[in-house]
Write a protein that binds this ligand. Structure first.
Ligand SMILES: [Zn+2]
Length: 191
């Protein structure tokens, strides 16, 4: 199969928008999406010292690569030690986010979601693990003793996960607005 954007062989099919990606176009797509997220939600500010709280999976390598490139020309610093940082990057992806939401519902607990919480930022929270995994894998970060096909099977269903995340964000936004407007309403009732 060919890439939907050039004549290179496709390495990933993104079912949720019906496009085939070669290595180069997958990276370009992810990089663009990350920059948009960082800017839209103001996740990085001038002078930030950011710690990347990452593991050693192909996903973590892709996240590090994308993030370093995204901020390369920005006036921020990536630091190695916790006591040097004022911000931490959490590598939570769409798949982790959805598991947290569902587990929370099962246990009667509300999982608070958002792109940042205090000094922690979650710029990859709506990125599919599958897309990041494939990027890391194509860049040579293989997972020892496992076949990529086996791992990829565990990352199915991007579209329903995305729609669950969006709905959950919306529910929280509405409930926060209600919480904020409740006291005013009760004051009005008293008057
Ligand atoms: Zn391409």
């Amino acid at each position: 199969m060919e890439c939907s954007f050039c004549s290179n062989p496709a390495k990933l099919y993104a079912q949720h928008f019906g496009k085939y990606f070669c290595k180069q176009h997958l990276e370009r797509y992810l990089a663009k999406k990350l920059k948009k997220t960082l800017t839209k939600f103001k996740l990085v500010s001038k002078g930030d010292k950011i710690l990347l709280n990452l593991g050693k999976s192909p996903i973590d390598f892709a996240i590090e690569d994308l993030f370093r490139k995204a901020v390369a020309k920005w006036p921020v610093e990536i630091v190695e030690k916790k006591h040097d940082c004022n911000k931490t990057l959490n590598p939570r992806t769409l798949d982790c986010e959805v598991v947290e939401i569902v587990e929370g519902l099962i246990n009667g607990r509300i999982h608070e979601t958002g792109y940042s919480k205090g000094a922690v930022v979650f710029p990859f929270r709506d990125f599919s693990s599958k897309e990041l995994f494939v990027m890391g894998w194509l860049n040579g970060h293989k997972k020892e003793g496992k076949k990529s096909e086996v791992i990829l099977k565990s990352f199915q269903g991007v579209a329903p996960k995305l729609s669950l995340l969006r709905s959950w964000d919306q529910i929280q936004r509405v409930s926060r607005q209600k919480e904020n407007s409740t006291p005013q309403r009760s004051n009005k009732n008293k008057a």
